[in-house]
Design a protein around this ligand. Structure first.
Ligand code: ZN
Length: 502
């Protein structure tokens, strides 16, 4: 059995390394590659992805997994070997169900659609990209049909991003959240608005980058195993547990852009850096799901990075970095500015409270398209109607409406958005459990800018396990409770109740 396990690991390491090489090409494309390199780069990345897919679906892996089944069943569920075999089997079974010819066709279609979208959005021309999106919907449905036996057509697509969750699970969680969130938004918007003008003064780029990097290192992001670069859209990428990189976008007239994207991406990166070293290059490395990943990024961005205790320590340092813009702005004014709630059109600029409404709109529209109750040509109108009814404002054009997010135009329809809100909910549930175990976390951050207790709790309870547990298993193990919106709503009510005098 030991030999078979060794052979399985060796084969999967080759898959991992081919994918990591493809990732590096993509990282370079998004940071330093000159525009002229695009065509050759697309070809090179596609080759590596194809080779990885061929290796990942080699029948020899299926044979090894069959041979290893008795060994897996003889071990406890949470043992490393059993978990590695279980995850390898899940990946293999997902990969072999989709014909390689379909994978290539879908990738090529995604690349073409993305190119058209990059022109359609600035031109505010939904019609330009509509035929492509109709084909994306068709291909997304075909992809789901490679996994027969589903209850809802989106279930197999959600399994690719948030494994273990179904449409029914997510609908239940989202409707519980919505019931409490909508009245809270109404209460807040009835109050006088907070002033956030201090965030839109002139902030030179370099001190912004330096300050963000200083903070994320204090969080515990390890630069011996990471680095920060600039890119048009912030992202995190990993080539191994020991090389996890972040990028940020800088706007010299909007302080929040680089600052909170650095906090956010460092949360993703610390998760990947915190996976147990012995899982490196195996199916156990990586995050449990998109939702759990987002729970870590949103925890550092919002629960820590937009909190008053955090800024009591760091605000004087921020003022020192930007004396002209912030020297005479008091802490309270700054704290209110970074937590201003206002129904808006753009998801990525939304505040903590209204953010989830943006996600739920997209989730519902995705399901309707997949079910066949909403045609792509009617999507812009459906979008406007939902913004009007949920947020009380509607976009004047499609650029700030249905064309704003890359997901449908760069990937697929289905499984694309639920992870963001699941992440907010789980992040609050994890953070509450951390504070219960270690109430000193708040004082350490406020008095010394010290996050070691918080980070080691996250490492021990979440990061080191990598992909071993599903999101729900992890939530239950860590908090002793199933996934629940209660901690998140408690957090929002307390914080925004104080900010808005509710
Ligand atoms: Zn994220």
């Amino acid at each position: 059995m030991e030999d078979k396990l060794k052979e399985l690991k060796a084969r999967l390491l080759e898959v991992h390394d081919l994918k990591a090489a493809a990732q590096l090409l993509t990282w370079d494309q998004n940071t330093y590659m000159p525009p002229g390199g695009a065509a050759a780069r697309a070809r090179q990345t596609a080759l590596l992805q194809r080779l990885a897919h061929e290796k990942a679906t080699d029948p020899a892996i299926g044979q090894l997994l069959d041979d290893l089944r008795p060994y897996e069943e003889s071990l406890p569920y949470d043992s490393d070997d059993a978990s590695l075999i279980r995850l390898a089997r899940r990946d293999y079974e997902q990969a072999i169900k989709v014909p390689p010819e379909f994978v290539a066709r879908f990738y090529a279609h995604q690349a073409r659609t993305y190119q058209v979208w990059t022109q359609a959005r600035p031109a505010d021309d939904f019609e330009m990209v509509r035929p492509y999106l109709e084909q994306t919907l068709d291909l997304s449905r075909q992809l789901a049909d490679f996994f027969p036996g589903y209850e809802h057509i989106a279930d197999p697509l959600i399994a690719l991003t948030d494994y273990g969750m179904t449409v029914a699970d997510i609908r239940a969680v989202f409707s519980a959240l919505r019931e409490e969130l909508v009245p809270l938004v109404r209460e807040i918007t009835a109050r006088p608005p907070l002033d956030d003008s201090c965030l839109y003064r002139y902030f030179p780029a370099q001190p912004q980058l330096d300050f963000g990097l200083e903070v994320v290192q204090r969080f515990g992001y390890d630069l011996n195993r990471g680095r920060q670069d600039r890119s048009p859209h912030p992202f995190t990428t990993e080539f191994s547990v020991n090389d996890v990189r972040i990028t940020v976008r800088v706007n010299e007239h909007d302080l929040g852009d680089a600052l909170f994207s650095a906090f956010h991406e460092s949360g993703h990166a610390m998760y990947e850096q915190g996976v147990a070293q012995e899982y490196e290059g195996t199916p156990l490395a990586g995050g449990a799901s998109v939702g759990v990943h987002e729970s870590q990024s949103r925890l550092w961005e919002n629960l820590v990075g937009r909190s008053l205790p955090f800024w009591r320590y760091f605000y004087p340092r921020l003022q020192a970095a930007f004396p002209d813009a912030l020297g005479s702005v008091p802490l309270d004014t700054f704290y209110q500015a970074i937590n201003k709630v206002r129904p808006s059109l753009i998801r990525t600029d939304a505040d903590e409270v209204t953010y989830n409404l943006h996600v739920m709109i997209r989730f519902d529209l995705e399901l309707q398209m997949l079910e066949g109750t909403l045609a792509v040509r009617d999507l812009p109108d459906a979008w406007r109607a939902r913004y009007e009814s949920d947020l009380g404002i509607a976009p004047q054009d499609d650029r700030d409406g249905v064309l704003q997010d890359v997901h449908w135009y760069g990937e697929m329809i289905g499984g694309m958005f639920q992870g963001y809100t699941l992440g907010n909910i789980m992040g609050a549930q994890f953070f509450e459990a951390a504070l219960q175990a270690h109430p000193e976390i708040t004082a350490e951050m406020e008095k010394e800018g010290d996050f070691r207790t918080l980070l080691s709790w996250l490492r021990e309870n979440i990061h080191r396990h990598g992909r071993k547990f599903t999101a729900q298993e992890l939530v239950e193990r860590v908090t002793g409770e199933p996934l629940s919106v209660a901690p998140y709503m408690r957090y929002l009510r307390r914080k925004y109740g104080e900010l808005y005098g509710l």
